[in-house]
Write a protein that binds this ligand. Structure first.
Ligand code: ADP
Ligand code: MG
Length: 856
């Protein structure tokens, strides 16, 4: 294996060179090795999902009921139960299957890229397109796409927890050569393994194995367990179902005892109990919620938000504060150098300037450029690209002259450092170049106190005009390590970064929705304030605080009050970012945080909702986040919050419909028990009601569009349970009213001399009508049913018409008639029932009215 070989031997073995592969080699190798991705861990087959559908207590009871029906020769009952179960399972399978397909499709939207050397140029390619022998580049934040023998390393540290389970960072070194072929993976310092994350430094390496040949590929089957755990909401609903089941168990025992006392035949008691269980346990709830969540993540992806963890959808509705990055999220991250400002004056970009400036800009620079079909293609950090563009426009020959020069030593840019440096030998002289934030660079320059003060004032002034300033300096020195001080100051590049479109509006929308927006940036306070002001995030400079001040307040202990009223956090370190998030959380906020760098990972994990960038962010940040913005835009966060609220509303609608129906059915059955009248609905009728006449409306409620004003109301309190006062009141009032009406109807019909069969037939029809009216009532918790647009959701109409239609057809179909013991009713009866069903609207409107009255 390559960890025991030298770099030269490795390249020889892999039949490639440090110069990279040519297009033709890539083509033939790709054909031989295939694409670089792992086949998905074995997915559940349709059959497995189908079988899953039967694993629930309700189904067991129904299966027993079917078996007993069969044994006592009630073949049509047995048949119906089985048919209903099969249909239920088919629908459930279809829903779960499409939900998981949708999730897979979303996962594939996020592609990872690597920098590789192809035809002599450093280019960005999809990770899945690299092949054995490719020369690839690594920097902090990158996810290693395959197995790599390192050829050059600079202070490289990686996290190999995926392979070794150890989550501490390990150092890597290209010069290491092992003598032990069987050395544990974690100790092979000259190798990088696919799936690990680069947390620090830079490296160049050659791809030694891809896809299933990699070490992760070999153990891929073990990784199948990385499946997402169920979102808390679904867990809660499952628990809720179980609790209800227990309660129903107790009620069932009571009914059995009551039945025996009343000397009802055992057979009837049994079926009554079954009917009760079926009607009361909301077993469709978890599936309906899963569907609602998966629909929501589909909608979000169309609005540029990819959901990595389903639980985030629920959380988004509770978000009260967004702590956002500036560069790239609020601005375009399309940097361009507008001026070069020396101590004396500001130079225009086309003005001739000290050659040292050009040298620093070219040589202390990690970006590269090549021409493709006449267009210049730049790859690398945007600050570096901006400086490179600037110098190319000034004098392309200097770039040509120096581009092949190799640094003697370097300090690559890491956000914690806020600068980068490199040393070279030029014409026999050793020179150190350095660039970065003016505060840091000035601290390393040989300057009088007055000069330093003057320059800092200059920087402040330029920053106040919105420029992002990068200072440049150099030093002639024979030191081997990069010099720490004694640099000659050159000046700073004043860089602009245009605002992104739509951010200002999004900030306003967020504010209307009761969501505060703060900016957290590594940039200068003045630059940050200028932009924050443009966007309406901050009004006065009092709302700005920088990292230094934060540490000072932190030491004194009184930092919370300080942080609470700030809107712009400048020059902050990653630890401070986490502190800021925590403080806002302590103040009662539910915080969404954006981040793109390696160092943002802790803050992202810490946040209530971690948001990373699909375009510019690092792989590390993405892996720690709950959501990914595919367009990196701030406004997408606000879209996400809107969709999160809609999803939560829809889930509540589904819950309301299902639970109030169950409540109605229990009420109906219990009242009949108490008043010693025959059972008002046969078990098959209850099954029909729950699985067919009421089987699809909940799915339609799960795809409801936003109610007007979703973004105008305040965020939901995270501690508030789903069964809050409003939900309880609605379920109890609605459910009880429906159950009591049905009972009263059944009772009256019997009194009037109707046969039991006919009375049940009519009661069942009333329940079906109630169900459909209730579907429309479920559409809004607070808005009047007369004030919502009922033609927005066509699925709702389809489901209601289908359910009602199926029942009407069954009333006239001889086979269904005998199966369900139903028959047609007169027009007068229809009108009466319809009238009763519609009174539910009045009741629920009154409920809304009084709830509003008494809760304020
Ligand atoms: P932001 O929060 O705006 O994304 P960063 O954390 O990216 O800010 O950058 C912080 C500071 O580091 C910048 O203001 C700049 O002074 C410096 N800096 C950024 N990129 C580079 C680079 N490539 N080389 C040197 N210094 C840089
Ligand atoms: Mg940045």
């Amino acid at each position: 294996m390559f960890h025991t070989k030298s770099a030269e031997e490795t390249l020889l073995d892999l039949e490639c060179s440090i110069g990279g592969l040519s297009s033709s080699e890539v083509a033939s190798r790709s054909e031989h090795y295939g694409k670089n991705y792992l086949e998905e861990a074995k997915k559940q087959t349709l059959l497995e999902i189908f079988v899953e559908q039967f694993k629930s207590p309700v189904i067991y009871i129904l299966l027993i009921a079917a078996a007993i029906s069969f044994a006592i020769k009630e073949f049509s009952d047995a048949g119906f139960i089985m048919a209903a179960l099969a249909m239920n399972a088919v629908v459930g399978t279809y829903q779960e299957y499409t939900a998981s397909e949708r999730a897979d499709a979303l996962r594939k939207v996020i592609k990872t890229y690597v920098n590789a050397l192809r035809d002599g140029n450093r280019v960005e390619i999809l990770s899945e397109d690299i092949t054995v022998g490719d020369i690839v580049f690594f920097e902090s934040g990158v996810k290693v796409p395959a197995d790599i023998r390192l050829l050059e390393t600079y202070e490289l540290q990686v996290n190999e927890s995926l392979l070794t389970g150890e989550s501490i960072e390990v150092n890597k070194n290209c010069n290491y050569i092992s003598s032990n072929v069987d050395e544990p993976l974690g100790e092979r310092q000259n190798m990088l393994y696919g799936g690990s994350l680069v947390t620090k430094g830079r490296a160049i390496g050659v791809v030694s194995a891809i896809a299933s040949q990699t070490e992760v590929g070999k153990i891929a089957s073990l990784l199948a367990s990385s499946k997402e755990t169920k979102p808390p909401l679904i867990l809660r609903m499952e628990k809720f179902s179980i609790n209800i089941s227990k309660m129903i168990g107790i009620i069932a025992i009571l009914i059995i005892m009551l039945g025996i006392y009343r000397e009802i035949p055992l057979k009837e008691i049994f079926f009554l109990t079954v009917a009760l269980v079926v009607s009361a346990i909301p077993e469709g709830l978890p599936v309906a919620i899963t569907v609602a969540l998966s629909v929501a993540s589909g909608v979000m992806s169309r609005r540029n938000v990819i959901v990595r963890k389903l639980s985030a959808i629920e959380g988004l509705g509770s978000c009260t504060l967004i702590a956002s990055d500036k560069t790239g999220t609020m601005t375009q991250n399309r940097l361009s150098v507008e001026y070069f400002v020396t101590k004396e004056r500001a130079y225009n970009p086309d003005e001739h300037i000290d050659e040292h400036v050009v040298l620093v800009a070219i040589l202390c620079n990690e970006s590269t450029f090549h021409k493709k079909e006449g267009e210049s293609v730049f790859i690398g950090d945007q600050v570096d690209v901006a400086l490179l563009r600037y110098t190319l426009a000034l004098d392309e020959s200097l770039f040509e002259k120096y581009k092949t020069l190799k640094p003697l030593n370097q300090i690559p840019y890491e956000p914690v450092n806020k600068y980068s440096a490199a040393s070279y030998e030029i014409d026999g002289k050793k020179v150190h170049f350095i660039k970065g934030s003016p505060e840091v660079i000035l601290g390393k320059c040989e300057l009088g106190e007055d000069d330093t003060k003057y320059i800092l004032k200059q920087v402040d002034e330029w920053a106040a005009k919105g420029f992002r300033n990068i200072a440049l300096a150099y030093k002639l020195s024979d030191e081997k390590e990069i010099a720490k001080e004694g640099y000659i100051y050159l000046g700073f590049a004043a860089i602009t970064d245009p605002l992104r479109e739509g951010v200002k509006e999004a900030v306003k929308t967020a504010e209307e929705a009761g969501i505060e927006v703060v900016m957290v940036t590594g940039d200068h306070p003045n630059t940050a304030f200028y932009i924050a002001k443009e966007l309406g995030i901050a009004i006065s400079k009092d709302e700005v605080i920088d990292g230094l001040e934060i540490s000072r307040w932190h030491e004194r202990g009184a930092y919370k009050e300080e942080i609470a009223h700030k809107r712009v956090f400048a020059r902050v370190s990653p630890e401070q970012k986490q502190l800021i998030v925590k403080t806002f959380q302590d103040l009662g906020h539910f915080v969404a945080v954006t981040g793109d760098g390696v160092n943002d990972a802790p803050a992202l994990k810490f946040a209530n909702i971690g948001i990373s960038m699909g375009k510019s962010g690092t792989d590390v940040a993405r892996e720690s986040s709950d959501l990914i913005l595919t367009d990196d835009a701030f406004s997408s966060i606000v879209n996400g919050i809107e969709e999160g609220r809609v999803a939560y509303d829809n889930i509540r609608k589904v819950i309301h419909l299902l639970i109030s129906t169950s409540f109605a059915e229990i009420t109906l059955i219990l009242l009949s028990m108490l008043f010693f009248i025959p059972i008002p609905l046969l078990p098959v009728q209850i099954l029909w009601l729950n699985l067919v006449a009421n089987g699809f409306q909940d799915m339609a409620l799960g795809v409801e569009k936003a109610e007007p004003g979703v973004l105008k109301r305040k965020a939901r309190d995270t501690k508030e349970p789903i069964f809050n006062k409003a939900m309880l009141s609605r379920v109890v009032v609605g459910g009880f009213y429906m159950g009591a009406c049905a009972f009263a109807l059944f009772y009256t019909l019997l009194e009037m001399g109707y046969s039991e069969d006919m009375a049940r037939n009519i009661t069942l029809l009333l329940m079906v009508l109630f169900e459909n009216v209730s579907t429309f009532n479920s559409r809004s918790e607070n808005n009047s049913i007369f004030k919502i647009n009922h033609f927005q959701n066509k699925f709702l109409w389809i489901s209601v018409i289908a359910a009602q239609g199926a029942h009407i057809i069954s009333m006239y179909n001889p086979f269904m008639q005998s199966l369900l013991s139903i028959s047609p009713v007169s027009i007068e009866m229809w009108t009466t029932l319809l009238f009763i069903a519609l009174t539910l609207v009045a009741v629920m409107e009154a409920e809304k009215f009084f709830r509003k009255r008494f809760s304020s």
